[in-house]
Design a protein around this ligand. Structure first.
Ligand code: EPZ
Length: 427
């Protein structure tokens, strides 16, 4: 197990090229199950989650090539199994995305119920509701989801997939994938509009799927007999891009994120401007302008929302920035009300934060101090690294395997931006 050792004190300066989006590449890999033709995916990030899903898919009988220069070739021409076991799914919830493709391709699927995670229960009721709307029988059996299509196959219908917390990203993805091979037309109301859902939809269209309404809360999918192979380049990771922009802001430095889609980050750019930062933009880059090391942002009030609102996946990073604001900030987590595992770790570094349910009240302080902190979920871990960049002294972030799930070589990229950070064996 590794740790990251960070010595704060330097304003970052430089540019970083953004990798392909983790939350698009995972469902796109699962989409390979929908066809017996080869699917070639470009812009694949070197992440442990990609390797884990690759292992799940090869267990199922998919030929999963090595990732060479960001290119991954998948082919499900042979015998495909229908069961994804507990061992894989517990490692990564994203593997629940194989459910829809397996059900559509084989007429059956047996996938372990994904565990919760550190930020609370993560139900999949709307995934199952969507499959039932398509005619599947779904039951829970000894910790597994068992889904079976009628002998005549799935059939299209209309279904509302909204939840009490807004739309469901992977719920929309799973049901959209299943609907591509269902007889007739499926209408998904309350669909997620995240860029990753659009990217998956575009890959499915390249494979021959008939999908209208991508990016809107209403998707219309006309089922086809079969899908073919395709080549698809994954969109850039807006959460990785946002994380590095905040890294520049928190250190008072200048960071340009290149190869990104500025339009996917409008909510973060809006917050950064409100906090007192100047942001430049180009066609495929964004740059936070330098202040000076020790600059303290203005306090802000923000609420996480489905796209295009402030992403829940940037909430922890935003909290780290607000820990040094010149006043009191409010953060309301509307997607995962318990997503505050980073909060006690930031407090260990001298942050002054109080939580009431989904609301966190952050009283900005002059300084943070380095400490031993423990990573928990992927984005909380990134937030601790950001805080460490601006803290006095040395911080050791333990259990960084959480970070490696979603950030490609984070310490190398931060070193290239001028940070004093290194990876070491955790004792
Ligand atoms: C996706 O998770 C992302 N993961 C998450 O990113 C991201 O935080 C989340 O979307 C929200 O944007 C992947 O794409 C692999 P949801 P997902 O279904 O699809 C509730 C990261 O850090 N809900 O959109 O699992 C749910 O509890 C990860 O990269 C139901 O009630 O999230 C939550 O409150 C973390 N019933 C809200 O909806 C359901 O059946 C949104 O969840 C499904 C979800």
């Amino acid at each position: 197990m590794d740790k990251l050792i960070v010595r704060g004190g330097r304003a970052l300066d430089g540019s970083v090229r953004i990798s392909g989006a983790k939350n698009a590449v995972l469902p796109i890999m699962a989409a390979a199950l929908l066809t017996d033709q080869p699917l070639t995916v470009r812009g694949v990030p070197a992440l442990s989650d990609v390797r884990t899903l690759g292992a799940v898919l090869s267990e199922l009988g998919v030929e999963v090539g090595p990732v060479e220069d960001g290119t991954l070739r998948l082919e499900s021409a042979g015998e495909i199994g229908h069961e994804a076991g507990w061992d894989f799914v517990r490692k990564m919830r994203g593997s629940v995305c194989v459910l829809g493709p397996l059900l559509a391709r084989l007429g059956q699927a047996r996938v372990s119920l994904p565990g919760g995670c550190v930020f609370g229960v993560r139900p999949i009721d709307v995934h199952l509701k969507g499959f039932e709307a398509l005619g599947a029988r779904v039951r829970i059996d000894h910790g597994y989801i068992v889904a079976e299509a009628p002998s005549s196959g799935l059939r299209g219908s209309e279904v509302f997939l909204g939840t009490a917390f807004g739309s469901s990203v992977t719920g929309t993805m799973n049901v959209m994938m299943a609907a591509t091979l269902a007889r007739g037309t499926t209408v998904i109301q309350g669909a997620a509009c995240e860029p990753e859902v659009i990217d998956l939809g575009r890959c499915l269209q390249a494979m021959g799927a008939q999908i209208d309404g991508l990016g809107s809360p209403r998707l219309e999918i006309s089922g086809v007999e079969r899908l073919g192979g395709a080549e698809h380049t994954v969109l850039p990771d807006r959460i990785e891009a946002g994380t590095y922009l905040v890294a520049g802001a928190i250190t008072g430095g200048r960071v340009r994120v290149t190869g990104c889609r500025p339009g996917d980050l409008s909510s973060l750019v809006d917050r950064l401007k409100q906090a007192g930062f100047a942001i430049e933009r180009g066609d495929d880059w964004l740059e936070v302008q330098p202040k000076h090391f020790g600059f303290r942002p203005s306090p802000t009030d923000c609420t996480t929302q489905p796209f295009p609102g402030l992403p829940t996946d940037l909430q922890a990073q935003w909290m780290a920035l607000m820990c040094r604001a010149t006043g009191v900030s409010l953060i309301t987590e509307r997607i995962y009300p318990d997503r505050y595992m980073h909060l006690p770790e930031l407090v260990r570094m001298g942050a002054r934060i109080r939580r009431q349910e989904a609301l966190a009240v952050v009283e900005g302080t002059e300084r943070l101090s380095g400490a031993h902190v423990t990573a928990s979920d992927l984005r909380a871990s990134a937030a601790l690294v950001l805080a460490a960049l601006v803290a006095d002294g040395e911080t050791q972030v333990h259990r960084v395997y959480h970070i490696d799930r979603g950030y490609e070589r984070i310490e190398e990229r931060l070193v290239a931006l001028g940070a004093d950070i290194e990876r070491a064996e955790d004792d």
